[in-house]
Design a protein around this ligand. Structure first.
Ligand SMILES: [Ca+2]
Length: 458
């Protein structure tokens, strides 16, 4: 718990910030480049995992690979690590994705006196992520290594994933996101500024670190004041034109749960449609604001005929334009991916205007192509289903957002691969479905619908 101790004397008030109790702390989330594990050798090694489906929280996890070939049974392989455990915590909580090897995972923990204890984490007889809680010896000061013991009948080699190591003083499990209350998000047009005030706290009472709270304007990080005792966020953001803008507050708790709140803001009076260069998007079009927002950000493609621009809002988005939109939205540095070789049978059919973007998104694991008759195609001119589109943009998001189970009348038609992405996008308010409570997963996504979805991702 955190708060203020207030003393009153002779009409004077003094507030002293206080923290009561010991709160959970993120010890290692595998997000920063200089982590606590050594690289290892050909017997046991560590690498960062960035494939989004293999990450439990954030954008990266750890991958531990081991190989007992040539070693007798009952051997242990140890990867050295150097992870300080501050404040003598009682528990180390971590997520492990098993390899069904039957081998046993443990951590080597160093006490205050320098003695090292080997503590079992889990028997690796499962797949997928599981939460593990390790009771630490008194005075635990450091994780000095991670070990795999080859159990009798255990597999000779394997690889596990691990993510979000959190220390705590009590048994602890937190699956709820931080609480975010926005108190003010007003466009003050005469001053050319947006006044933004919010309070972010964790449901456990934990203090969120400043580094776990971000504020963005149109996708760009903004500076803000943050009170680590009260979770109060305050900012004055520039609002210098009549285009629609988007403010997004995001926070993650020590356990890795995250949430975000986004707002549309404009200096334009309510109800006045924003300017738009496209001749074929009516003033009253339901996606006009989103199209104007993205066009102002330079994300959209359009056709020019006779000096006029056309957006074709009702047409299906092509897979080539999808790559262009997403790469531009993410602000991908295309030059970094010019050396990437695409594996698609039809790479030659990808227009020059989209080729660099497809290369970049393929390298980032966002687009993967589709298999037909045993061959991999990109199919640049084809349309894309709403389920596919949600899956592809879902891969661009960090992991750990709360997921809202689909309530759509046609939720049974959502393919398994798209389900969790659709649930996440629904809970973030990025997708909302149709007024008849359907999501129509197999339907082609139109250019207007894509603009609506992408603008809400900012
Ligand atoms: Ca992570």
């Amino acid at each position: 718990m955190t708060g203020y101790l207030v003393a009153l004397r002779g009409g004077n008030t003094v507030s002293v910030p206080v923290t009561v109790g010991q709160l959970p702390q993120t010890a290692e989330n595998f997000e920063e480049a200089d982590g606590c594990f050594s690289e290892g050798d050909d017997k046991i090694s560590f690498a960062y995992e960035t494939e989004v489906e293999n990450v439990r929280y954030g954008r990266r996890a750890g991958r531990l690979a081991y190989d007992f070939t040539g070693l007798p049974a009952g051997q242990t392989l140890t990867l050295p690590a150097d992870l300080p455990l501050s404040g003598s915590p009682a528990y180390l909580n971590l997520w492990v994705s098993g390899d069904e090897s039957g081998n046993i995972l443990s951590v080597k923990v160093e006490g205050a006196s320098g003695s090292v204890t080997d503590l079992t984490v889990q028997t690796l007889d499962f797949t997928g992520y599981r939460y593990a809680q390790v009771l630490l010896p008194a005075g635990a000061a450091r994780v000095a290594g991670v070990s795999v013991l080859r159990a009798g009948g255990g597999a000779l080699s394997g690889a596990i994933l691990t993510d979000q190591w959190v220390t705590s003083h009590h048994r602890y499990e937190d699956n709820l996101p931080p609480k975010m209350t926005v108190e003010k998000a007003d466009a003050a047009s005469e001053s050319g500024q947006i006044l933004f005030e919010a309070v972010v706290t964790d449901d456990t009472g934990a203090v969120l670190r400043r580094g776990d709270v971000t504020l963005r304007l149109d996708g760009a990080l903004q500076s803000f004041t943050y009170d680590e005792l009260t979770g109060r966020v305050a900012a004055r953001l520039p609002l210098e034109d009549d285009y629609p803008h988007r403010v997004t507050l995001e926070a993650a708790d020590p356990a890795g749960n995250r949430d975000r709140r986004s707002f549309d803001l404009s200096a334009l009076p309510e109800g006045l449609p924003p300017n738009l260069r496209f001749a074929d998007v009516e003033l009253t079009h339901w996606a006009r604001r989103d199209i104007a927002f993205l066009d102002n950000r330079g994300v959209l493609t359009a056709e020019e005929r006779g000096g006029r621009f056309y957006y074709a809002p009702g047409q299906a988005l092509t897979r080539a334009d999808m790559a262009v939109y997403i790469a531009r939205m993410l602000g991908v540095e295309l030059g970094r991916y010019d050396g990437v070789t695409l594996p698609f049978t039809d790479t030659d059919e990808i227009a020059a205007e989209a080729l660099r973007e497809v290369r970049a998104l393929y390298a980032l694991g966002v687009v993967r192509g589709k298999t037909q008759d045993g061959r991999l195609f990109y199919d640049p001119a084809a349309s894309i289903s709403r389920a596919e589109f949600c899956t592809i943009i879902g891969r661009t998001l960090a992991r750990g957002y709360v997921k809202m189970p689909s309530v759509f009348g046609d939720k049974d038609q959502i393919p398994a691969y798209a389900k969790e992405h659709i649930d996440t996008l629904l809970s973030l308010g990025v997708i909302a479905g149709y007024p008849d409570n359907t999501v129509r997963p197999a339907g082609d996504i139109t250019r207007a619908e894509a603009a609506k979805v992408l603008s809400r991702l900012y």
